[in-house]
Structures are given as structure tokens and as C-alpha cells.
Design a protein around this ligand. Structure first.
Ligand SMILES: Cc1ncc(COP(=O)(O)O)c(C=O)c1O
Length: 413
């Protein structure tokens, strides 16, 4: 029998994935010349010139062919030297197509369809999407502002015999919370009791403030053997388009994850890996983003606080969450729409970071502050003229309505 439908069937898994709302918000904003505080595409710190030069050189030198699938060994050797406790560059590190792929390879390696993945919410949406792609079910633990802590009893009830992995993001996107030693000790006990993995997204590990110390499960004796650490150079070096990230895991887990990595990508761009390895080996102080970012953080909190937002100060990362409780809007979408229309500034409505269609996140926004000072000067100029209004004009209500219809949308960065 011949089917009359010209389109082949689409996988059922895809229908569970979220679409591209914030990206659309950003492109609409771009078209109208808006300033983006919504998405984490870096403009500060700036891309190191040494990296750009090294990339030119790598291409001129003829590095155009396949690299070892696990990644450029010199890059792995340098990377191994950056961790608090040593990692074996040959057996414990893999260079991936960004943290995005590292997370995918990690979860694929430790999960079976039908298992549960424990995640904390508000959440970086990729965690949910990959969980669904793996055929697993997200088990959501709610974090509460201002410190974004969780209820220990809830977590103990969520982790069990069917849990394959617990996922954390530290410093966290979107809240900026950094996992504490106590939280990680608690997780270590639960993961050991139920023999599950911990996947730790540490994309913002160098973005820490006020002398707070980033703690990686990969450096903790009680978690190391079951930890898969996801990292990236996208934000730390402002090269999100280069697609360079990594996975750090003990040898057995690395062997498993590399099988996924090899099948999915066969490795990432050879000249860019070579360029990064060379620049990293030769440039002193190659990675120092947090000094600048602290200034941007404090400035952004002050500016948005003056508009009436209650901002929750982040310990690390390049985002913070804020609530609109003191402002005369029905929800954060209406505020975001008004801010876009009147001030030409995009901000991310909080619901992008919550699964399900309830009220969670409806009065929250996320602000990305990895922006240059001159960019923030212009934000400040526009915010000074912005007056929150209880009854936005009709066109704004329509934009707000458009924002609220797409409940399942994703967040870049
Ligand atoms: C927590 C987190 N993980 C992963 C990523 C993706 O990183 P990459 O560009 O390395 O794929 C981002 C990007 O914003 C992120 O915020």
C-alpha cells in the first residue's frame, strides 16, 4: 500500500520537546533594535584576540581534517591542568561540541528509557529536552528564592531505585546559585544509596563572585566516581559559536559517553581545538572573567531595582532572577512586553525556566548581565525614561498574549 501522506512520521519523542520562544523574542527584539538582556550570548568578557589570531593561524597551517574523536590531546592536557584535582587527559576528558553535546552524551551514557532524571527548577531547559530524548522522565524539585534552596525531604522522596541521574547546574543558570558543600554532601549520600550518577553542568565555573568557591563533584572524593562534569569555553572566552565544550568523567563513564559522542559528532572542529590549545598554552591570564562581571552584576541589579524589580543577587554565573511583585503587571510576560515596547529592552520571562503549565515563574524574569559597560550605559539611559504602567496600551497586551501562548519554549544561553 502506498501512503498518500508525503511527510514521513515524526518521532513521538519530538512532540515532548520545547520550541524556540526566547530565540524568537530575541530576533523580534533585534529587528526593532532592542537591547538584549534575555539571552546569554556573551559580549563580556570579550573574545581574547589571541584566540582569534590562533584560529587564523590554524587554518593557514592547514588544520582541516578529522581530529581524534576524543579531542585535541594538547587541549585535553591543558584542560586537565585547570582542575583542582588532576584529571587524566587520555581517559577522563573528551572535547565536545559545546556543553550542549557534553550533556547529551553524558545522560545518554548513564540512562535507560523509562528511568527518572532528577532536576532542579527553575531549570536550564536543555536538561528537560535531553531527558525526554533519552526516553526518561524528569522528576522536578522546586528551588525557592531568595537563596534558591530546596526542601531536603522533597529531594529524598524524589531520588529512588528508578533514578539514573541527578542533574545540577553550578553556578546555576538561571538563578546564579552555587551548590554548597552541604548540598553536595547530601547529594553524595543519595546518589550512593541509589547508585545513580550526578551530572554537573559547570559552564559558569569561572564566573564566581565575592570570594565564593566553586565546588565540583568531580573534585569530591565521595562523588568523583559517579560524576560527569559538563564544561564549556562558550561563555568564559566568548566563543559560543566555536562550539567547544568538554566532558570530564571517570574512565568507565568516559568510555561509555565517548561512544555516544563518536556516534553523534565524530568529534568537534579540529582547527578551533588546535587554536584554543595554542592560545591557552601561550597566553598568561587566559581566563579571568569574573572581575569584570561582578561590576556588571552589581550595576544591572541596581538599574533594575530602581525600576521596581526585586532582584535575587547571584553567587556566580551571568544571570539573576527577579520578581515583579512590586510592579503593576498581571504577570512577567506583560512586564517583558512593556519593557520591550517602551524601552526597547528584552528580558526573559521566568516561565521559560519552569516545566508544566502552572503559575510557577509567572512573576519572575531572568536577566543576563554578561554585557559590556557601553551596552549597559545604553540600558541605563533607556531605563531612566521607562515608567512601569498598570494598563499597557492594547498593542502591548497583544504582544503579552503572544508571549503567554507559547508555554513550551526554549532558552538559548
Ligand atoms: C547552563 C548551561 N549549560 C550549557 C549551555 C550551552 O553551552 P555550549 O554553548 O557550550 O553548548 C549553556 C548556554 O548558555 C548554559 O547556560
Amino acid at each position: 500500500m502506498v501512503s498518500s501522506d508525503p511527510t514521513p512520521r515524526i518521532s513521538n519523542r519530538i512532540s515532548g520537546l520545547t520550541a524556540d520562544g526566547l530565540t524568537r523574542l530575541l530576533s523580534e527584539g533585534h529587528e526593532s533594535g532592542a537591547l538584549d538582556l534575555a539571552v546569554g550570548i556573551p559580549s563580556a568578557p570579550a573574545t581574547p584576540p589571541a584566540l582569534i589570531n590562533a584560529a587564523h593561524r590554524a587554518l593557514d597551517e592547514g588544520i582541516h581534517q578529522y581530529e581524534a574523536q576524543a579531542g585535541n590531546i594538547r587541549l585535553r592536557e591543558w584542560l586537565a591542568s585547570t582542575f583542582r584535582t588532576p584529571a587524566d587527559p587520555r581517559t577522563e576528558l573528551t572535547i565536545t561540541a559545546g556543553a550542549t553535546e557534553a550533556f547529551f552524551s553524558a545522560l545518554m551514557a548513564v540512562s535507560n528509557p523509562g528511568q527518572e532524571v532528577v532536576i532542579f527548577e527553575p531549570v536550564f531547559e536543555h536538561f528537560i529536552n535531553v531527558t525526554i530524548l533519552c526516553g526518561c522522565n524528569p522528576k522536578v524539585i522546586r528551588l525557592d528564592p531568595p537563596k534558591w534552596t530546596y526542601n531536603e525531604t522533597d529531594l529524598e522522596a524524589a531520588v529512588g531505585p528508578n533514578t539514573c541521574a541527578v542533574v545540577i547546574s553550578t553556578p546555576n543558570n538561571p538563578t546564579g546559585h552555587m551548590s554548597t558543600a552541604e548540598e553536595l554532601e547530601h547529594l553524595a549520600k543519595l546518589c550512593a544509596r541509589w547508585n545513580c550518577a550526578i551530572i554537573s553542568d559547570e559552564v559558569y565555573s569561572q564566573f564566581t563572585f565575592d570570594e565564593r568557591r566553586h565546588i565540583s563533584p568531580g573534585d569530591m572524593p565521595q562523588l568523583k566516581s559517579r560524576s560527569l562534569v559538563v564544561g564549556s569555553f562558550s561563555k568564559s572566552h566568548a566563543i559560543s559559536g566555536w562550539r567547544l565544550g568538554f566532558l570530564r568523567a571517570p574512565a568507565a563513564l568516559t568510555t561509555a559517553a565517548r561512544k555516544v559522542h563518536n556516534s553523534a559528532t565524530a568529534g568537534t572542529a579540529a582547527p578551533l581545538q588546535a587554536a584554543f590549545a595554542r592560545a591557552a598554552a601561550t597566553v598568561k591570564g587566559f581566563v579571568t572573567p569574573s572581575d569584570n562581571l561582578r561590576v556588571q552584576r552589581d550595576r544591572s541589579i541596581k538599574m533594575l531595582g530602581e525600576v521596581g524589580l526585586r532582584c535575587f543577587e547571584p553567587d556566580g554565573g551571568c544571570y539573576f532572577m527577579a520578581d515583579i511583585d512590586k510592579l503593576p503587571y498581571e504577570n512577567a510576560d506583560a512586564f517583558a512586553a512593556h519593557l520591550l515596547q517602551d524601552a526597547g529592552i528584552t528580558i526573559a520571562p521566568g516561565r521559560f525556566f519552569y516545566s508544566g503549565s502552572g503559575d510557577a515563574g509567572r512573576r519572575l524574569v531572568r536577566v543576563a548581565f554578561n554585557r559590556s559597560q557601553s551596552f549597559l550605559d545604553e540600558v541605563e539611559r533607556r531605563l531612566r525614561k521607562f515608567v512601569p504602567r498598570s494598563c499597557p496600551p492594547r498593542s502591548l497586551v497583544q504582544t503579552g498574549a503572544h508571549l503567554t501562548t507559547d508555554i513550551h519554549e526554549s532558552v538559548l544561553g
